[in-house]
Design a protein around this ligand. Structure first.
Ligand SMILES: Cc1cc2nc3c(=O)[nH]c(=O)nc-3n(C[C@H](O)[C@H](O)[C@H](O)COP(=O)(O)OP(=O)(O)OC[C@H]3O[C@@H](n4cnc5c(N)ncnc54)[C@H](O)[C@@H]3O)c2cc1C
Length: 283
């Protein structure tokens, strides 16, 4: 299965994305495993988020740096310029989702799964303080390639499934669905205290799942045994690559969901950093 990153390196050329400078405005823990960081920047008034699962590339400084090092001035050549820099010095680049956005205030909320200290982004988020500087490579137009949630008009209902990394997208998708839209969502987190209220006007039934003590996912098992509403769903799946692969197989092979009715994204892979995944995709 292919994994995705928020923005393709050539994205600037396509005119769909641009760089935005921002800083941390507020930090709010959402539970032991998740933190909401509100980014502020005058630039972010023009951040043309398309809602739903709108993602972007976030550039973070290394400890001790005042700001992330990104060769913005190189324009379309930024990626080659960034790649040529020493990995110990160049900004950490990771994919994240817009959980909410207030353009008039120049604010974007980003929810980070705190999965431990091995990941530089998770580590940064766990320690972030007001005023810290970041850079975003995000949408210059609302209809852009980093919005994946695109339901088939023929779908009878919407199926959402994912882990903490997908929770911000699921929350934003639910917030934007029309009143009464039928939705079933399965969301897996580590513990009870990481459940969140997910306001929506949709007719949504959300099932929360908790990984077992060994960290094994229960998502695929839960979907296998669930009674589904009648009709054909549009399915949106995201999270750990192996889990997403299992979910998709089940939908296609056992439930007969047409492949074209499924949007699926490996948001991370056990044992591999986003850098590893990017290098693999480039080979
Ligand atoms: C389009 C897109 C949107 C995304 N949106 C969000 C979002 O809004 N919020 C969010 O939290 N994540 C989101 N992710 C996932 C996030 O980009 C990855 O989790 C990323 O690897 C985190 O970077 P890191 O520096 O913390 O860890 P890395 O340096 O990339 O990885 C270090 C280690 O941590 C492991 N790891 C990485 N992520 C997780 C995880 N979530 N749980 C457990 N172990 C992990 C890796 O397997 C690796 O062993 C998104 C990913 C994509 C592609």
């Amino acid at each position: 299965m292919t994994t995705v990153t928020a923005t393709a390196p050539a994205a600037l050329i396509a005119g769909q994305f641009r760089f935005f400078r921002a800083e941390v405005a507020r930090v709010r823990p959402l539970g032991p495993g998740m933190v909401r960081i509100t980014l502020y920047g005058a630039d972010l008034r023009d951040f043309a988020g398309g809602g739903r699962d709108q993602s972007f590339s976030l550039f973070l400084p290394h400890p001790g740096q005042e700001e992330p090092l990104v060769p913005i001035e190189a324009g379309a050549g930024w990626f080659a310029g960034w790649r040529a820099l020493d990995p110990q010095v160049r900004a950490v680049m990771r994919s994240y989702t817009v959980r909410a956005q207030r353009p008039e205030a120049g604010e974007v909320d980003v929810d980070f799964a705190l999965h431990g200290l091995t990941g530089p982004a998770s580590r940064w988020a766990g320690r972030a303080r007001g005023g810290e500087r970041v850079v975003l490579l995000g949408p210059a137009v609302a209809d852009n390639r980093s919005v994946g949630f695109r339901p088939a008009p023929s779908a009878d209902w919407t199926l959402l499934a994912g882990d903490e990394s997908a929770l911000p997208a699921i929350g934003a998708i639910l917030a934007g669905l029309p009143a009464g839209a039928p939705v079933r969502a399965w969301i897996e987190v580590s513990r009870l205290a990481d459940m969140q209220a997910l306001p929506t006007c949709a007719d949504a039934e959300v099932t929360w799942l908790f990984r077992d003590a060994g960290g094994t996912s229960r998502l695929a098992g839960a979907l296998r045994t669930a009674r589904w509403p009648a009709g054909t769903p549009y399915a949106w799946l995201a999270g750990e690559c192996g889990v997403v692969r299992d979910l998709r197989r089940h939908l296609v092979n056992d439930r007969g969901v047409p492949r074209r009715s499924i949007t699926f994204s490996g948001y991370w892979r056990r044992g591999a950093s986003e850098e590893d995944l990017r290098a693999e995709a480039a080979d």
